[in-house]
Design a binder for this molecule. Sequence first.
Ligand code: BGC
Length: 868
Amino acid sequence: MTTRVGLCKTEYMLNPIGLDVRKPRLFWQLQADSQGVVQSAYHIMVASTREKLESDQADVWDSGKVSSNASTHVQYEGQPLQSEGAYYWKVRVWDGAGAVTAWSETAFWMMGILSRGEWKAQWIGRKSEQGALMQPSPFFRKSFEVKKKVKRAIAYATALGVYDLYVNGERIGDRFAPGWTDYNTRVQVQAVDVTDKLKTGDNTLGVILGDGWYAGTVGFLGDKVYGERPFFLMQVSLDYEDGTKERVITDRSWTTTRGPIQYSDMIKGEAYDAREELTGWNKPGYADSAWEAPDVRSGYNGLLVAAIEPPIRITKTMKPISMKKTAAGTYIYDMGQNMVGWTAVNVQGERGTMITLSHAEILNPDGTLYVDNLREACQQDHYILKGEELESYEPHFTFHGFRYVELIGYPGEPDLDTITGKVVHSDTPVTGKLETSDAMVNQLYSNITWGQRGNFLSVPTDCPQRDERLGWTGDAQIFARTAAYNMDVSRFFSKYVWDMVDCQQPSGAFTDVAPDAGWIRHKNWNTRLNWFAPDNSGWGDAGVIIPWTIYLMYGDVRVLETHYEAMVKWVHYLKNTTDELVRPGYANYADWLSIGADTPNEVLATAYFAYSTKLLAQIADVLGRVDEAAHYQALFGDIAAAFRKAFVAEDGRIHGDTQTVYVLALQFGLLTEEQSRQARERLVADIQGRGDRLSTGFLGVGYLLPALTDNGSLDVAYKLLTQEAFPSWMYSIKHGATTIWERWDGWTEEQGFQTPSMNSFNHYSLGSVGEWMFRYMAGIEADPAAPGFQHVIIRPKPGGNLNWVKASYESLYGCITVEWRLSEEGDFHLQVDVPANTTATIQLPGPAASEHKVGSGSYVFESVSMLN
Ligand code: BGC
């Protein structure tokens, strides 16, 4: 048998360390060349050492042969897992004919510190400096001796703030760790294997601590939202070859001082004075007698949890495509792409010279940087030269959203190699690829993915440049499905659901932003920001929609189980704020940034109430809560009836009469058959009446093309997709967009820039059309009855001017690909790859519209006639 078992993952990760789930879930893939490959049984062995596992001594868990087709989310059921324990595992499977594969390669996972009592480390910080408005980033160090041979060394670290960790001078770990959580409730702990970084003799641990979200500026909520200044906690566990153990912990024996980083703030940028560098500070042998003792903080009442979110990393470097000298003697670089991260620079010059890197998304008509839309944010980094040979600099604890970089005060003549763009975001591996015969559609897809890259940074933020960068829940829910096609967001969104749950209000309301950063209790709450509510329709609903999306795309039942009560609370909260099941005025943001069409709040709020309830019924069903499923299904029916009674006129007109009211009513299933027909007609008439143009905002846009396609107007969907006149996706592309704009009218030929008070050029919400591109245009659709693409529905929908589409999605089971093309005669050709241990239903388009049920393998359908 040629089937192999590979890609063995634990909790969605390859060989993770530092876990705290007591029953980790195991995943593997079947790799086979033949068609129709299924798994009929599996056998897992888990051992406490690699050697034991290799000699089949499963001293931790031997599942025996289990008849099952499950190859994802297989829950560990062995011995209780020990704190800091290492577990090695392998699996073999039987196919449909009863033949067994070889054992997989050995995989492993390691547990983290499982109880609070085992944390011996203390939180260390540095006292604030008097008089300084912006505080310098403190440096910490600790030297220790390793006397014996180290078998394994794991560093468990976290911060209230963000940290950079060094072992013997080498920077290890990720950026902006531990990420953003509701620090009042929890903070994530990173585990890093440092075995290879240590040596016998003297070793040094070094840490630089940034304010991050904890003590630095958070959006427009000001600074010090969670705490006055940052703190760091670390425990390094050393396991020696001779079986003994030792710990190195943060405590009073560390030393601290200020260094070259004058300040470093997410929103305000960084200033770095290289003359104050502490050469060798993070290596052994450095004389730190002038350093101070750290300030030890007693007690942190939040939870120390294993990191759920994927690490934040530099995932790409970018070279500028052009450079221009300005009349003022500065240099403006074009990176060719609106990106998020920072700029690294090389420079040589006199000691004390200051250079500045200033960042903006766009240029003014006169060629200068357009920074008006940054509001209070300052996207500038300053570097003061130490005056030695070639100096290289990049900032530490800040990030910027930009395409253009202005280099100010540069000594000498820079060139294109002087700067490099570093693209920084939560490292969610790419899972989707999409290409078509239309270059503008391809650019649109590129813009969608760059929007995601730029805004998925610990939490799904709205934008990366102005003083906002908050985890807006409405934006996240509308884009979640698109995001999940593009990249593996399983852990990213699992973490974000915790963020939402952590700030769920006692009333049951999910908040508009998560983490809410104390917004609800914020000092400005009753003044400047008093029109923000904790429970906006279409925003708070993310608390149900996102778990459901994780379930659909990854088959993750645990996320539904874990948060079921929170979702129930939300739906009850919604119900409690209705008047005969109609929710008056609970959608303060309405169909945010719609264009020339105002959807009434109560229609939106009632529609989303129905939708959350409908999903909750489906979720209860998945969890086997039969009575509750029936209850919420019935409630959904009642809400739909109330919606019809309150808002649908006899001629089918829905109150507000906007594209969004029809789209939501159709997609949420709120109408009778007759009303659906009328809604479809009115929707299409409205679009046509505007010259084949849309008017939807954040809440309607994601459902617009699906609603049209599901209701027999695929042609209209394609017209909207490729429309180039304003407002449209292609309008922005025609005007040079390389990311999705916040607003349809961010810039127009007639008006120029929209108001600077809210005009981001990198907001992903309107990019939620990506979902339609995968689910309809390419036709890779999930099946809620066999989620996670265990059964995939392939239903390509050719249309518009497209001659071909190539798309793929890397599912948990393997890669699903769809390639279709239309021949010159107009015949349809399709090639499909279906991963092993999954099945597909292939629905061919055209008048014959045949359906084919297949197992795994590659399939080709030639010359399907599209003619009537
Ligand atoms: C954000 C949006 C968000 C909206 C809600 C804006 O400031 O940028 O993305 O959804 O506020 O009103």
